[in-house]
Write a protein that binds this ligand. Structure first.
Ligand code: GDP
Length: 459
């Protein structure tokens, strides 16, 4: 849950039935993780963090693409592979030793080689030493890194993790010094294509005597922008970079969930940009959901105000837009909503004021006495419901100390209770609302962690 988390991405690529899911489960050490539904793209993607190596990395399974037994790659599979290539730091190319080399493998291999991304050929289903010779078949694919494993039997997995460790990029020196200085607040500007993300970055960095430097981002076509303003450092991550002035933007960006998730994960704060001429779309909602799920600090910018500004009752319309937005993305109700124009620069200054407010709120702690009284009275006013004859009992609550070196401390309250399983989602929301009534904590997700009072450690 660290705000400065920046795990690299490793994607599993291979034709159907070579054992991608088995390897996935081997790496993450449990059966199946989160499944993402992507609109317009009819396949599911699964990701989870592997912590078995020196540094944690995120494993992506490109999923159940295409049917087994097909002789050529469907457009859909091709697209999935291209996306995986673009968005990951390392590719694991999985083949099936029992089936031998197939034309589909050859085609995939060509795509991977062309990409110049680091890749490891992983020959699966080598269940015993005796089968090692089956791997020879694949040498003709020309991968310099190659390993044989058995995902089903867990054979060769430690060696694989070791090579992954060696091949993953470590943060560049510049990045590292940025990360260790812990001075800069990492901000991800996210949104659908054409909502004005690049325009916003441009509008921000073009102002006054800004000190701006572009650092390589995590994909080839993205950069991180370090921006200093009034002595404070901001790192805009995974942006398309600063476009030269006057050059018309022609955004060819494709929205990718994997990419958005990665940016969200790296960020201390997420700025979701919504195009006012379109309103909050289903896709915007989905991105908001990703932010909420990652429990990141957030704010929403409704952009292109200049295009819809009415002649009269401007304020009334603004209030209405904010309300409508809140209603559409109610689950992100902690995020302040700002109306702005990246084109005219209107309210861009305000954006930084709101960011400062969020940062201040993150440092605000509730006194233990106040907090305990507050939650006790919340319990008394509206007691938790009985769950199978038992009721949640609160013994004590404390605000967690956060991560001292983080640019933005996560807000976490630890409730010591009789049994954490008795806290229902509805009741959790109720308690959160009570906390926010006492202190609004704008822009910050509230994490309520329940611990049993007795030292009975499960897990
Ligand atoms: P991105 O894909 O999210 O990076 O979007 P761009 O920044 O490339 O913007 C997409 C288009 O919207 C471009 O033609 C911009 O000039 C235009 N645009 C962005 N922000 C605004 C704004 O506030 N007002 C107006 N009128 N146009 C904008």
């Amino acid at each position: 849950m660290s705000g400065t988390n920046k795990s690299p991405n490793v994607a599993l690529v291979g034709r159907p039935n070579v054992g991608k899911s088995a390897l996935f489960n081997c790496l993450v050490g449990r059966k199946i993780a989160i499944v993402h539904d992507q609109p317009g793209i009819t396949r599911d993607r699964i990701s989870a963090v592997c912590r078995r190596g020196e540094q944690p990395f995120v494993v992506w399974d490109t999923g159940g693409v295409g049917g087994a037994g097909e002789s050529e790659l469907s457009t859909e599979v091709r697209r999935a592979v291209e996306e995986a290539i673009r968005d990951s730091d390392l590719l694991l190319f999985l083949v099936d030793a029992k089936d031998g080399l197939t034309p589909l493998d050859q085609e995939l291999a060509r795509m991977l080689r062309k990409s110049e991304k680091p890749a490891v050929l992983v020959v699966n289903k080598i269940d015993t030493e005796k089968h090692e010779n089956l791997a020879v078949d694949f040498a003709s694919l020309g991968f310099s890194e190659s390993l044989s494993i058995s995902a089903a039997h867990g054979r060769g997995i430690s060696d694989l993790i070791e090579s992954i460790d060696q091949l993953l990029p470590f943060p560049s020196a510049a990045d590292q010094s940025l990360l260790t200085s812990h001075q800069s607040l990492s901000i991800a500007i996210i949104g659908r294509p054409n909502v004005g993300k690049s325009s916003l970055i441009n509008s921000i960095v073009r102002s006054e005597r800004a000190i701006v430097s572009e650092l390589p981002g995590t994909t080839r076509d993205s950069v991180d922008i370090l921006y200093e303003r009034k002595g404070q450092k901001f790192l805009f991550i995974d942006t398309a970079g600063i476009r030269r002035r006057g050059k018309q933007s022609s955004s060819v960006e494709v929205f990718s969930v994997m990419r958005a998730e990665r940016s969200i994960r790296r960020a201390d704060l997420c700025v979701l940009i919504v195009d006012l001429t379109m309103g909050v779309t289903a896709q915007d909602k989905r991105i908001a959901g990703l932010i909420q799920k990652a429990r990141k600090a957030a704010l929403v910018v409704l952009n292109k105000w200049d295009l819809i500004r009415p002649k009269h009752s401007e304020r009334k319309m603004m209030a209405q837009l904010v309300n409508e937005t809140r209603a559409r993305i109610f689950f992100l109700d902690y995020a302040p909503v700002l109306i702005a124009s990246a084109l005219t620069g209107e309210n861009i200054e305000k954006l930084f004021e709101v960011i400062a407010k969020v940062r201040r709120a993150a440092r605000e702690r509730m006194g233990t006495g106040v907090l305990n009284r507050l939650l006790r009275s919340a319990f008394a006013a509206n007691p938790p419901p009985m769950v199978s004859g038992r009721r949640l009992k609160l013994f004590y609550v404390a605000q967690a100390s956060g991560i001292p070196e983080a640019a933005l401390e996560p807000l976490e309250f630890v409730l010591f209770v009789n049994d954490p399983r008795l806290l229902s989602e509805t009741y959790r929301r109720y308690l959160e609302a009570r906390i926010r009534k006492a202190k609004p904590y704008p822009g910050l997700p509230i994490i309520l962690t329940c611990r049993p009072r007795q030292e009975t450690r499960r897990k």
